[in-house]
Ligand binder design. Structure first.
Ligand code: 13P
Ligand code: SF4
Length: 311
């Protein structure tokens, strides 16, 4: 691949030549966020993928996100710069085990976090993202029993907030699990009165100290509206790039892991995508997401229900 400015120019040239749209999640590197046509959270990226009239979607995020783009836009070519960009939540929930769990609880519906495989989506009733979960849960009758997977921290957070029991799948995000309460309390003591914004994938030991809990877009919105000039951010630190661009006068501090800094909270899966791999993906239209049609249609049902209920 070319380097420096040539790499930027080549990606731009290929994007036009291929009639491609580059979608990026907030956890991608600043260089990828800057070259993307759109940067967003999981729900916004799903909506963009469903609506785009581009021929090619170059998805800079993790595989379940690119799979979602393909499920919603089957006629488009969807490329993911690195096919190994997975997610610990998806890995924690093998479809055959999830199927057995569902079968053991036939009177429950499965409300499932979008961070899962296409097979698990096909076994679910309604998909949620962190920004749509609360709206969707509030539309499900109180007496309806619910299985929530694969993120037990998001499930636990919703369960506490809505005072609603749910059967939780025991998955976690390795990135959000790595924040340290002890180090966060030290940081808060150094910055008295500074608020904390946290993603609901964080464990309760972090959420309990948060002034705001929400999706990546929600956290970004909070950063734009809170009163004050400094914010502690308890989610993957690359999101701070958008905060620094939009709010150069404010200070954003990444919540620390056990070593006292935020670099251990970089998502190793998201980090597999690079500008060079994005260039190759646009050049070769590979690696490409392919999903068997029966499976795609089964997974689309629960995703469509999310899109209807979230709006
Ligand atoms: P958002 O939907 O909040 O962007 O979350 C995606 C994700 O993977 C968080 O770890
Ligand atoms: Fe998955 Fe966590 Fe990475 Fe999000 S941050 S993609 S939940 S491993």
């Amino acid at each position: 691949p070319p380097t420096g400015q040539d790499l930027l120019a080549e990606i731009d040239r290929l994007r036009k030549e291929r009639n491609a749209v580059i979608l990026a999640h907030y956890y991608q590197t600043p260089a990828i966020q800057d070259i993307a046509d759109f940067v967003g959270d999981s729900l916004e990226l799903s909506r963009k993928a469903a609506d785009t009239d581009a021929d090619v979607i170059a998805f800079c995020g993790v595989k379940f996100m690119a799979d979602t783009a393909k499920i919603l836009s089957p006629q488009k070519i969807v490329v993911l710069p690195d096919m190994d960009a997975g997610c610990s939540l998806e890995d924690s929930c093998p479809p055959e085990k999830f199927k057995a769990f569902r079968e053991a609880h036939p009177d429950h519906i499965a409300l499932t976090y979008i961070n899962c495989s296409t097979e698990v989506k096909a076994l679910s009733d309604v998909i949620v993202t962190s920004s749509s979960a609360e709206t969707i849960l509030s539309q499900i009758p109180k007496e309806q029993k619910i299985i929530f997977g694969p993120d037990r921290h998001l499930g636990g957070y919703l369960s506490r907030k809505f005072d609603r029991e749910m059967l939780l799948w025991p998955g976690v995000c390795i990135v959000h699990e790595a924040f340290s309460e002890t180090e966060l309390l030290k940081l808060k003591a150094q910055h008295p009165g500074v608020p904390v914004a946290a993603h609901p994938e964080c464990p309760p030991s972090i959420i309990d100290h948060a002034d705001y809990v929400g999706s990546t877009s929600g956290i970004l919105q909070f950063a734009k509206t809170f009163e004050g000039d400094t914010l502690i951010v308890a989610t993957e630190p690359h999101i701070m790039h958008q905060m620094e661009l939009a709010l150069p006068e404010k200070t954003f501090i990444g919540a620390p892991g056990a070593d006292g800094n935020c670099s251990c909270n970089i998502c190793p899966y998201m980090a597999l995508n690079t500008m060079e791999k994005l260039y190759v993906a646009l050049r070769d239209l590979e690696p490409r997401i392919e999903i068997e049609e029966g499976l795609r249609l089964a997974a689309k049902k629960s995703l469509d229900r999310m899109l209807e209920m979230a709006s």
